[in-house]
Design a protein around this ligand. Sequence first.
Ligand code: PXP
Length: 247
Amino acid sequence: MLLLGVNIDHCATLRQARYRQAAATAGGPVEPDPVAFAVLAERAGADGITVHLREDRRHIQERDVWRLRETIATRLNFEMACTPAMIDFALKLKPDSVCLVPESREEITTEGGLDVVKNRDRVQACIGAMNAAGIATSLFIDPDAAQIELGAQLGAPWIELHTGAYANAYHGPARAREFARLGEGARLGLQCGLTVNAGHGISYVNIAEVRTLPGLHELNIGHSIVSRALLTGVEEAVREMKARMNG
Ligand code: PXP
């Protein structure tokens, strides 16, 4: 069965839109709480919870990650940049897995895969530290042969194929080409003995095609699920407020 990691970053994005300046990250008036979101996601069948602690802390905060570590019953997948500070944090946190992602302050979301070739030494050091601590490392990479082969060579047990280019091309002429690239990447990853995951831009529409990629283990999906949760919850949320307003 294909597993689902629910990325809850954008629940925190919504909280930060109102409470960025607040000292508290949860409790009192502060909402929505990403930890509550994670627990409900698990109740609905999520196989794991994913968060990205970004350098600029634009959504998930450190306290969220610690609270998640103590609360969730499934697996915690911790997305992070490959920096000494984040490696230290991850070794203290002890998530079930880390996913190494590129990070630049300008981007709204993670836009491109990690360049393992260019950052070989840093990536290798990080994989070594995580392997020694019993934490599985996943590399968030484009479906590119050189990246996949080097990832396997450096001892990463997992890769997460970046589906963003495919998702962006979904309604255009490049869709078939991007989908074929993902298929080739998945096959190569399997041949290299890697566990192959995928993520970014997976939606309720493109999932019908994404799920046919060969040998996938887990999908990490965030934006689309958080967006859908807003819409499916609107009627109940409005009904409840109206009822409270009128006793
Ligand atoms: N996988 C990784 C490595 C990510 O950084 C993200 C968030 O950008 C996702 C999956 C989830 O992407 P989305 O929010 O588009 O579903």
